[in-house]
Design a protein around this ligand. Structure first.
Ligand SMILES: [Zn+2]
Length: 200
């Protein structure tokens, strides 16, 4: 709501917001309406299954997007691969973070790059599904991992364009990052409150 009214999504009627942070969150505006669902539970975009039988998600189910693409999942993947003997400049341990992995990837570390590629590819795969369901004109990415730039967005776009069933879904689609940064949620709550007040 914040990005729609004051940020990157101004002027759009159909948009998706995806935060890639410690988890993956979503917000959908369809025809200028925030998608809420029957009990306000709609648009849980992080908890769709992208890898059946895959890693455990913080929600308790397995193979969800949130289990493979946010910051902790990137760090966990690197730790697992280091335990299997993969070579890297990164040291295994609880101090592993998506930020450290991004730094190593920019220095050319193959394992670090592979971790971001994997996360981005699952995001691209999921995004194709979201485009089929919501057909937005813009997708806005927020959260810490979205600041890693091409590390996450190149594989995301590759996966998306490779598997999209009809080029019309992506022809005029804008993929961009949030303008309001970490304030998007707070400003969005204010926008929602204003809409509620003005409708009474
Ligand atoms: Zn989940």
């Amino acid at each position: 709501m914040g990005e729609w009214r004051y940020g990157a999504g101004q002027g759009h009627h159909d948009l998706i917001y995806i935060t890639i942070s410690t988890g993956i969150g979503g917000g959908v505006i369809s025809g200028d309406q925030l998608l809420l669902g029957h009990r306000g539970l709609a648009a849980e975009l992080g908890h769709i299954t992208v890898l059946p039988g895959g890693p455990l998600c913080p929600c308790g189910q397995s193979g969800h997007l949130e289990a493979v693409s946010p910051g902790p999942a990137i760090a966990r993947f690197v730790n697992e691969k280091l335990a299997e003997g993969d070579a890297s400049i990164l040291e295994p341990g609880p101090g592993m973070s998506a930020r450290n992995v991004a730094k190593a990837a920019r220095q050319g570390d193959p394992l670090a790059k592979a971790a971001y590629t994997r996360a981005g590819e699952y995001l691209g795969q999921a995004l194709a599904d979201f485009l089929y369901i919501f057909n937005p004109s813009i997708v806005i990415f927020g959260g810490g991992v979205s600041r890693s730039g091409s590390l996450i967005f190149d594989p995301l776009k590759d996966a998306l364009y490779k598997q999209i069933m009809d080029p019309d879904y992506v022809r005029e689609l804008i993929l961009t990052t949030a303008r309001l940064d970490d304030n998007a949620g707070l400003i969005g709550a204010q926008v929602q409150a204003q809409i509620k007040l003005s409708s009474h």
